[in-house]
Design a protein around this ligand. Structure first.
Ligand code: GLN
Length: 487
């Protein structure tokens, strides 16, 4: 029997019943990766030595005190290759970091190691997390477990595919404009972006610091809750980390949605949405209504400004964050007689096209004379978008809508950057406002997964889990596995 495709909760039970060991789970993860998962290119590097160490440590923790050991003890996990693990290659999907071994470990990773989780490896992603398809990785694209010819979404495509293909039950990604929720939607798994600041960004390679947030992928809402709790909470090493106590998603998940007011933003159901996506999401909303939630249409009028606002703010921050990759301290260096040429050649050869495009956009938007016209203006619109969410949350408890306007598209099918950016039209506003958001499976269109997005007010992360768990309990989508798991 293989444990591929099993939930972390089921693994945790089997570990405690003595039916499985952490070493067996790790061996199964490796077998699934080398077998069915091989065609996906979901992993960039394995963390074998650390995984073996952790499997041993987890076995001891489970033996000594199975209750204190916690739900992630002995569970195989994977990290998007933007999360630093001391001594192990961390490339951010970029050539410029192809030799970079960080001297320290990200807080989120460290908390998982302390909890006894077993890190299988680092997953593929768009270069520096810029993209919606994982095609911008310098190490080749990742396939979708439901159809390997299609993209898994991005930028955390490797992490979404790793769970979707049953290699690991839990993985982690980062979400700056949708990079956890959109790939979760396209791969038929749960993906959660916590409130901005809820999970430490210490040791996360920065893309756009005011938007970046770490979060988990899983098969079920319960596993996502355990995975979230393992990494959430204040960290003195991240100045934007939220000091408030973490509200308990597991408790909220028992509450159901009876009497809860759910809003459906009109602008999220409009133009640009594939018919199949609209149908599945409409059905999902009807299920929630059937469970006793009251549904009302709401309006977020500035939704269509989200994309242009994001594509000023995110590139501006990235142009600043990526200035440090000049061949001096990190990773790759292309030596030239003059220092200036060394900087230029290193960056020219090290960065891919999309990263260069963003650095140029951002540098331009921040340059003197354009700062007011672009950057300052974008910040104002950002505030407007956040206020519109605040206003809507006065009359509803949470929002439900599609995650992605489309299902997984064929690799190579989208060549125009602007068309690619449109994939995040429904996820970006949540990042601009710093809100928690989740995508969870709500059916299929043309044989491909569709995701339902649940959005709650800032720091009401638990409410996202409450709504998602109620929907999940009433449906069977979370029980299905991609053909790559079953094969
Ligand atoms: N796809 C969006 C972008 O390319 C979002 C990326 C992300 O969330 N990291 O910027």
């Amino acid at each position: 029997m293989t444990t591929a495709g099993m939930t972390a909760a089921a693994m945790a039970t089997a570990l405690r019943a003595g039916e499985l060991t952490p070493a067996q789970l790790l061996a199964d993860a490796r077998a699934q990766l080398a077998g069915q998962g091989r065609s996906l290119n979901a992993f960039l590097a394995l963390t074998d030595e650390l995984a073996d160490q952790q499997a041993g440590r987890a076995a001891r923790m489970l033996h000594d005190d199975p209750v204190a050991a916690g739900p992630l003890c002995g569970i195989p996990v994977a990290f998007k290759d933007v999360l630093c693990v001391e001594g192990y290659l961390t490339t951010a999907g970029s050539r410029i970091l192809e030799t970079f071994r960080p001297p320290y470990t990200a807080t989120a990773v460290q908390r998982l190691l302390d909890a006894g989780a077993v890190p299988v490896g680092k997953t593929n992603c768009d270069e520096f997390a810029m993209g919606s398809s994982t095609e911008n990785s310098a190490y080749g694209p990742t396939g979708n477990p439901w159809d390997v010819e299609r993209v898994p979404g991005g930028s955390s495509g490797g992490s979404a595919a790793a769970v979707g293909a049953g290699i690991v039950p839990i993985s982690y990604g980062s979400d700056t404009g949708g990079s956890i929720r959109q790939p979760a939607s396209l791969c038929g798994v749960v993906g959660f972006k916590p409130t901005y600041g809820r999970v430490s960004r210490y040791g996360l390679i920065a893309f756009a610091s005011s938007l970046d947030q770490v979060g988990p992928f899983a098969h079920t809402v319960e596993d996502a809750a355990s995975a979230y709790l393992a990494v959430a909470g204040h960290d003195v090493r991240d100045s934007t980390s939220v000091p408030d106590e973490v509200d308990d998603p597991l408790a909220a998940m028992r509450d159901g949605v009876r009497g809860l007011r759910l809003g459906v933003p009109r602008e999220y159901m409009g133009e640009g949405l594939e018919d199949g996506v609209r149908q599945r999401v409409t059905e999902a909303i009807a299920v929630l209504e059937g469970l006793g939630a009251s549904i009302q249409e709401v309006s977020l009028p500035s939704t269509d400004l989200g994309l242009s606002t994001y594509y000023i703010i995110a590139p501006a921050e990235c142009s600043s964050n990526l200035a440090r990759y000049d061949g001096v301290r990190f990773g790759r260096r292309v030596e030239r007689p003059s220092l200036t040429d060394t900087f230029l050649r290193t960056r020219d050869e090290g960065f891919g096209d999309e990263v260069k495009r963003r650095v140029m956009l951002g540098t331009y938007a921040l340059s003197s004379g354009y700062y007011d016209a672009y950057y300052r203006r974008a910040q104002k619109v950002r505030t407007l978008i956040a206020r519109e969410f605040d206003a809507v949350f006065e009359s509803v408890d949470a929002l439900v809508c599609p995650t992605s306007p489309k299902v997984a598209f064929t690799t190579g099918a989208i060549q125009d950057p602007l068309e690619m950016y449109l994939n995040d039209a429904l996820t970006i506003p949540v990042n601009l406002a710093g809100l928690p958001g989740m995508s969870l499976p709500c059916g299929f269109a043309e044989g491909l997964p569709v995701g339902l997005q649940v959005i709650a007010p800032r720091l009401r992360d638990a409410r996202v889990f409450q709504v998602a768990a109620a929907y999940e309990a009433a449906t069977d989508w979370h029980l299905l596995r991609a053909p790559l798991v079953a094969a």
